[in-house]
Design a protein around this ligand. Structure first.
Ligand code: CAA
Length: 380
């Protein structure tokens, strides 16, 4: 593994940093407070090529590697984790899933618009009774000739009302358990597809999270992704890459909080000197930097393996497990470094602390990551 970034990778990171500082930062506190989706900011992210970064240019994507994706996710997440979850879901779950397993017709019809950000997508796996236990799907798709009739409810769906295209996982043959699960492309506006109320969340409040209901929605067979029964494998494969995205989001939240803590500690004086000169604070910064470096290396390693065409299931889970816990610890400490100022919104760190929590939950909880890692270790 080469620790030097290429010129292109550095340029991607710098472009993402500029965008985050100049475009995302000015309105981020207001969007968080009022739960406003970053519509214009996401449109611009798409224009810059950040919504389909790894997609082949022949489908409108940026043709970049996963390392560049990690670097860009870190920079965007330092400032606005609500924007970066939109970016992560669109890139690693929706675009990647369609590019890897979609038909040519599906790619031409959907991927070409998703990868440019003309439209955004959502990934619908979780249900009221199927979160970590993802094989317990209750959403049912029954084949009737050249289409399926889809019924069920999906929970916690990122981009729930803002997406135009939804990748929906559903049971097609309940007798077969996880081998009877399939994946479908559903479009917004189809009869019987209802977007439920928006969730009022602790963090990533600018992102748009909804319950979705499907009531006799007619889905053409041509909108099935892969063969009948491929849906669970599709979800697992897609989530393996998604976990690199969320690990990088956690990394960004942590490094954003550390940068703020360093800047504040150099300015703020107590007992006759900047608080950064007190060991109590300096050691906190040292711990933060060490954990962030370790998290970054895990994220880059998983991305490097993905780029090399090797298996990255365990490494992606390790990156997410470690980076999300580090983000939680580091953001709490960053609030502590800021003292009372850390507890008010203007200083950003309280938001980063709230945003960090979801990285230990979505795209597989920390406990699920430990299942994936330990099963990999114990496999014969
Ligand atoms: N690739 C291919 N196949 C895989 C796989 C992978 N990465 N992981 C599992 N499988 C296969 C297994 O080999 C097995 O197949 P066989 O029976 O043929 O061997 C099958 O899938 C079932 O696997 P398990 O027996 O391991 O299944 P399990 O019920 O014990 O659970 C789990 C496995 C890892 C816990 C899985 O259910 C899981 O990942 N749960 C978490 C779900 C999740 O991450 N949800 C996130 C929602 S999406 C989201 O958050 C997006 C967002 O909006 C931000």
């Amino acid at each position: 593994m080469d620790f030097e970034l290429t010129e292109e990778q550095s340029a991607v990171r710098d472009a993402a940093r500029d965008f985050a500082q100049n475009v995302l930062l000015p309105g981020v506190i207001e969007r968080d407070e009022k739960q406003l989706f970053p519509t214009e900011e996401i449109r611009q992210l798409g224009e810059l090529g950040f919504l389909g970064m790894m997609v082949d240019p022949k489908y409108g994507g940026g043709g970049m590697d996963a390392v560049s994706y990690v670097l860009a996710m870190e920079e965007i997440s330092k400032v606005d984790a609500s924007a970066s979850v939109v970016m992560s879901v669109n890139n690693s779950l929706v675009c990647w899933g369609l590019e890897a397993y979609g038909t040519e017709e599906q790619k031409q019809k959907y991927l070409t618009r998703l990868s440019t950000g003309e439209i955004i997508g959502a990934f619908c796996l979780s249900e009221p009774e199927a979160g970590s236990d993802a094989t317990s799907q209750r959403t049912l798709a029954v084949r009737k000739g050249d289409h399926y009739i889809l019924n069920g409810t999906k929970n916690w769906i990122t981009n729930g009302s803002t997406a135009s295209v939804y990748l929906v996982i559903a049971q097609t043959d309940p007798e077969k358990g996880h081998k009877g699960i399939s994946a479908f492309i559903v479009e917004k506006g189809q009869e019987g597809f209802i977007v439920g109320a928006k969730e009022n969340k602790l963090g990533i409040r600018g992102s748009d999270t909804h319950t979705l209901m499907f009531q006799d929605v007619k889905v053409p067979v041509s909108n099935r992704i892969g063969e009948d029964g491929f849906g669970f494998t599709f979800a697992m494969k897609t989530l393996s890459g998604g976990r690199i995205g969320i690990a990088s989001q956690a990394l960004g939240i942590a490094s954003g909080a550390m940068e703020l803590a360093i800047a504040y500690s150099k300015e703020r004086e107590a007992f006759g000197k900047p608080i950064s000169r007190h060991q109590a604070i300096a050691f906190k910064l040292a711990d933060m930097a060490t954990e962030i470096e370790a998290a970054r290396l895990l994220c880059l390693q998983a991305a490097y393996l993905k780029d090399a065409g090797k298996n990255y299931d365990q490494e992606g889970s390790m990156a997410k497990l470690f980076a999300s816990s580090a983000a939680m610890r580091i953001t709490v400490e960053a609030v502590q470094v800021h003292g009372g100022y850390g507890f008010v919104k203007e200083y950003h760190v309280e938001r980063l602390m709230r945003d960090a929590k979801i990285t230990q939950i979505y795209e597989g909880t920390s406990e699920v990551q430990k299942m994936v890692i330990s099963r990999g270790l114990l496999r014969d």
